[in-house]
Design a protein around this ligand. Structure first.
Ligand code: CAA
Length: 389
């Protein structure tokens, strides 16, 4: 739902201008240095980008899901590292608190996440628990007015910069004290950086998305106050994580669509400027087909994402729609990236043209926040459920 078209247009215009004038010109520097310049991060804070989706009462702009995906289309039109810097505060690093946190937990952390003073991150994945998230092994054992956490989280986005970690850990025990299996034995906690027993691994070296950092987050007898159990309720942490991902998947779908629009715009410009056989290559129908297929798929993706976002704003459960959108948009983005490199030809393989960087950067969209294959499983399960099977 759009609350005020006029206010939204002003916001989208300012994001779009910021992307064009401040972020796009800095893409190469970020790729070369693996860092977003501190001044740019400050500009992002000043624009309110860290709190776009956080509730207004906690200092955010309170964007609805429809407004959020429209903003994400714009933010997607530059290197994904910029979106990643603000992404966890607006999504996976804060949604657990927003949807299931107590009033006191929200009051304590959301304002600082909204301002960007605190960076949030989401610790679900482990060395042996990726797609099968419910098999995670990190343990949280109650000891007086604390829980003691032990375990390792892997590939955690923004962990090197984070001040607050949302951590899923196993609290379920049987009569003998052994860990119980399954999703209802998992609880979610918020853990502050600097807590004794929390440490970070070295920054991962990745295929792309330079400037966005991931690393292991290690808990060794890390004592977390009981009031940091999200919602002060054990056993619902896996559901919290799934709700976080329902929203996150729609957001990633929109970012992937924005990236596809950017790559199509770059490929279109190149096809108009580049001459072969005495004419611009856009005159050739095989090039036109690649441009046309990309445009049609981007349009389909936008429609799907906006529809799903409107449904979520209406209070509907959008588990299936979010997975459909994430699967379609990220796979589509991969196809557009491949066509864009193809249209650039030999230049597409060379770093100085930038399109190969996008090709590598967007590959992650089909993997994180649930692989395409996990989205297929979710969609098929929802279908089966709807048929009473
Ligand atoms: N909303 C609310 N509850 C949900 C839910 C949802 N979307 N999805 C599942 N649940 C509930 C189920 O109803 C069930 O509850 P009951 O037992 O009360 O019925 C419970 O959660 C367990 O669900 P499942 O039985 O479906 O669980 P499962 O173990 O079979 O697997 C899965 C579910 C879909 C495969 C899930 O494990 C999954 O999504 N895996 C992929 C994990 C993932 O996306 N990881 C990405 C990491 S985060 C990341 O990438 C961030 C980053 O760094 C950028």
């Amino acid at each position: 739902m759009i609350r005020s078209q006029e206010t939204l247009n002003l916001l989208l215009d300012s994001i779009s201008r910021f992307v064009r004038e401040r972020l796009v010109p800095n893409e190469e520097i970020v790729a070369e240095t693996d860092q977003i310049p501190a001044g740019l991060l400050q500009e992002m804070k000043d624009l309110g980008l860290f709190g776009l989706c956080l509730p207004e009462e906690y200092g955010g702009l309170g964007l609805t899901m429809e407004e959020e995906v429209l903003a994400a289309f714009e933010l997607g039109k530059t290197s994904p590292a910029f979106r990643s810097a603000i992404g966890s505060n607006n999504g996976i690093g804060s949604t657990g608190l927003v949807v299931d946190g107590t009033a006191a937990q929200k009051e304590k952390y959301l304002p600082r996440l909204a301002s960007g003073e605190l960076i949030g991150s989401f610790c679900l994945t482990e060395p042996e628990a990726g797609s099968d998230a419910a098999s995670l092994k990190t343990r949280a054992v109650r000891d007086g007015d604390h829980y003691v956490l032990n375990g390792t989280k892997r590939f955690i986005t923004n962990a090197p910069e984070a001040g607050l970690f949302t951590v899923m850990a196993r609290t379920g025990r049987d009569a003998s004290g052994a860990d119980t299996k399954g999703a209802d034995a998992i609880s979610a906690f918020v853990v502050e950086a600097g807590t004794a027993g929390l440490s970070l691994g070295k920054i991962d070296r990745k295929m792309g998305q330079k400037g966005a950092h991931t690393c292991d987050v290690i808990f060794e007898n890390c004592r977390v106050p009981v009031e940091n159990l999200i919602g002060e309720k054990e056993g619902v942490g896996f559901k919290t994580a799934m709700k976080v991902l329902d929203k996150g998947r729609l957001h990633i779908a929109a970012v992937a669509t924005g990236a596809a629009e950017r790559m199509l715009a770059d490929a279109l410009r190149y096809a108009i400027d580049r001459k072969q056989f005495d004419k611009p290559i856009i005159d050739f129908q095989l090039v036109q087909a690649m441009l046309a297929d990309s445009q049609a798929e981007i349009y389909a993706s936008r429609c799907m994402i906006v529809d799903a976002a409107k449904k979520r704003d209406n209070g509907e459960r959008v588990t299936s729609e979010a997975s459909c959108a994430k699967m379609f948009a990220t796979e589509m983005c991969g196809r557009v990236a491949d066509r864009a490199v193809q249209i650039f030809g030999g230049a597409g393989y060379m770093s100085e043209y930038g399109i190969e960087r996008f090709y590598r950067d967007v590959r992650l969209f089909r993997i994180y926040e649930g692989t395409t294959q996990i989205q297929q499983i979710v969609i098929a399960r929802e279908l089966r459920r709807s048929a009473g099977g």
